[in-house]
Design a protein around this ligand. Sequence first.
Ligand code: FE
Length: 341
Amino acid sequence: MRHAVLPALLLALLAGCAPAPDDNGERIVVYSSRVEQLIQPIFEAWTRETGVGIDFITADDQPLIQRLQAEGASSPADLLLTVDAGNLWNAAERGLLRPLESEILDSRIPATLRDPAGHWFGLSIRTRTIIYAPDRVDPATLDSYEALAEPQWRGRLCLRTSKKVYNQSLVAMLIEQHGEPRAEEIVRGWVANLATDVLPNDNQVIEAVAAGRCDVGIVNSYYFGRLVAQRPDLNARLFWPNQQAADGTRGSGVHVNVSGAGVTRHAPRAALAQQFIEWLTSPAAQELFAGLNYEYPVNPDVPLDPLVASWGTFSQSQVNVARLGERQAAAVMLMDRAGYR
Ligand code: FE
């Protein structure tokens, strides 16, 4: 009976129907591009605490957003949970999310990490930063994303493909900070410095650095966290770029993105879904949500996972992550012009 509202086909796809804590008969439906092992423990904690069950499906961002759009007003989904502000922005642009007013969310989430209009909210911070091989690179020679375009890095840089939204958001930030002509110059410099063809994922960038195929790369720090948790002697280190400007003032900061969520436009249980997002910003949920994947809690009052804390402190970009979505189409065209495949 508890799944009576859901069509049979959807039920068959609901990965989250595995044994879960008993619920009180109330359930919400989550569409998630975050993978099952990172969300199931959190969903179970919420159900234990509130008695509200969660049914979910997981899929890649674009199919999930397209599905939500195709289902329209008959969608069973209450909540979209996804990664990258570009995806959240895109879902909001298509009118798939409803604006929320929540003092809890506004007070717990820094303003740069949520939609100014309230359609979506960052729940964990993901830093896209520089990785280097400590046996071949003196970190004193590293400085910024921009500096990786300089000739001293010729034949020494590894990058993931430009098709990945993470790099589209990074270039969107460069456009936001420098304008397109300068951003294109930087990207052209990166391409000229590549040691290998672009790689399919961040893990391969880290492995290539560790194995000596290149000396530096750009990756999300949680991939490094996952690898180094298993291989503490991995020949790779993180570097926090853009901490200081040339004139000694504060730099533009490390590029950050978010994983986040929004309540769907046609959510059958919108009030419950909002309560769930609010709960996700509470300290206990934040520790789980960020810690399970070596990410940073979005709520600044929440302690870091010890491994993440060991990477030290840094200042982060103060560009609102919503701008990354707005600039993404321009970023894709710019990377294409610059020959970044
Ligand atoms: Fe990722």
